[in-house]
Design a protein. Structure first.
Length: 498
């Protein structure tokens, strides 16, 4: 069977979503998970965008094994130079350069003639090829480009050494039938296109990103570009979990294979939710909280009688843990370690020690410890272990008839600082006291809190988005006390400004 390659751009296009920026530690964590997910290519960033982007791509290129690592670049020598500098340490380096080909982009953005675009494509692909054997060329806004002109551009790219041709639906404009016809047309009209991979990068502006990607695959595309949870600019990108499970569930229709380890899908989704603070909606396919829930009596009866009546895939196939009691307060370290390994976590000794201490504290307060609880406390511990601002203690006074007050005691780079403040509620008072303690002007952009599991003793997961100047950071905190979870989330966000 033909194999489809998965090109993950969570760390590039996904990170460009408002509020989804990541620090180096988080990017390396995502890259390690993408390695476990077994994607073929990791697009690690846009090297020319900033010195920080270049350095993070370098670090990812060095850390990732057995995968191609790509950096995006405009069709400019300085961009390509930066991209090569970033990825040259990878086992499989790829330079991914792009140039717009639609009339609207060429006229209004590039201010270039079609002839100039063809010439630039040829020269810049050739320039990239001097550094790197694996060169991908993207015809930006291909879905709104003139098809005969695309033949000229893609032919020039192939002649000058491109190994991958990407045909993006940059603004999510096309339909599945149109995408199928476009790929079929190019496959049958571009000289030597059978010698390279045909890729698609579909945005979700009209909710058709996954449908268009699958249509392209059916027409002969051999690579799809996507992101975890479909995050990305505007309405996002085609979601990797939806594409791969479409191929997995309908093998009878597509007759294709892939390298993705589907049991790592849920872990990948949760990691991105944890780091970005962007939760998937309950009805999100594959990884949403309701994806495998059955409330209707008819559905419940059918599933109990035979799962395949209403389940076309199993929770286990995408790595969703069983929400059962696995450990209690008398459980030992060995049992804890074993369960984390079963859930797919690979932690060092310091991280396991800290997570086990959190588990024992939680087990004294909570009767039932589920896999979801373990996942929450481990993710929280790993996410905040390197924070320089830590909560030591807090005291809250709140009533519906008086002004709320909060006193917080923080450890800031090892120094204890204590401040008090009033506020419109206990959490507002605590956040104001924290601002006084760190001496910073920080605005709260967004704040959410939800339970990790069911029950009155459930863990609460708080997520904040805070703004300092023009920079927005996301923070996350977990506790069975919602005020503590909120404070921890705020501190975690503040640490990302350092």
């Amino acid at each position: 069977m033909k194999r489809i390659k998965f090109f993950d751009t969570t760390l590039r296009d996904g990170e460009q979503s408002p509020g989804c920026s990541m620090n180096l530690h988080e990017k390396l964590e995502v890259a390690a998970q993408l390695e476990k997910l077994n994607v073929d290519v990791i697009e690690a960033g846009f090297a020319i965008a900033s010195a920080g982007d270049l350095e993070s791509i370098k670090a990812i290129a060095k850390a990732v094994k057995g995968r191609s690592v790509a950096s995006l670049s405009r069709a400019l020598e300085k961009d390509i130079d930066a991209a090569w500098e970033a990825v040259k340490g990878a086992e499989g380096p790829r330079i991914h350069t792009f140039l717009a080909t639609s009339p609207i982009h060429m006229h209004h953005k590039l201010r270039m003639t079609p002839e100039q675009v063809v010439e630039r494509t040829a020269s810049m692909v050739a320039y990239a090829k001097k550094f790197c054997s694996d060169v991908e060329f993207s015809a930006e806004d291909a879905s709104r480009s003139e098809w005969p002109f695309l033949i000229q551009v893609l032919d020039a790219a192939i002649k000058n050494g491109a190994t991958v041709l990407n045909v993006p639906d940059t603004v999510g404009y096309t339909t599945p039938e149109e995408m199928y016809n476009l790929i079929h047309f190019l496959k049958n009209n571009v000289p030597n296109i059978d010698k390279v991979d045909i890729s698609v990068h579909c945005h979700n502006d009209l909710g058709l990103g996954v449908a268009n990607s699958l249509a392209a695959i059916r027409a002969g595309a051999t690579q799809v570009e996507c992101t975890i949870n479909g995050i990305g600019e505007r309405a996002g990108n085609a979601a990797i979990e939806e594409i791969v499970m479409g191929l997995a569930t309908r093998k009878d229709y597509y007759n294709l294979t892939y390298n993705i380890d589907t049991t790592q899908i849920y872990r990948s989704s949760r990691l991105i939710q944890t780091i970005t603070g962007v939760n998937v909606p309950p009805n999100k396919s594959i990884v949403g909280p309701n994806a495998f829930a059955h409330e209707s009596g008819i559905h419940q009866h059918g599933v109990l009688a035979e799962k395949t009546t209403y389940e076309i895939m199993t929770p286990e196939s995408v790595g969703i843990p069983k929400n059962v009691m696995v450990l209690g307060k008398h459980s030992g370290r060995h049992a804890f370690d074993d369960r984390l390994k079963e859930l797919g976590y690979e932690l060092d000794k310091v991280e396991i020690d800290a997570a086990f201490a959190r588990f024992k504290t939680l087990a004294d307060k909570k009767k039932v410890i589920s896999d979801f609880d373990l996942e929450a406390i481990v993710s929280d511990e790993v996410n905040t272990s390197e924070d320089e601002i830590k909560l030591v203690n807090f005291e809250i006074s709140s009533s519906n008839k008086t002004i709320s007050t909060a006193k917080v005691e923080l450890s800031i780079n090892g120094k204890i600082v204590e401040k008090s403040s009033e506020g419109a509620g206990p959490i507002n008072a605590a956040f104001t006291a924290i601002n006084l303690a760190i001496g910073a002007e920080v605005e709260l952009e967004d704040f959410t809190i939800h339970s990790v599991t069911e029950g009155e003793d459930a863990l609460g997961e708080a997520i904040v988005k805070i703004k300092k100047g023009k920079i927005i950071a996301t923070g996350r905190g977990v506790s069975n006390d919602i005020v503590e979870a909120s404070i921890k989330a705020y501190l975690n966000g503040l640490d990302k400004f350092n």
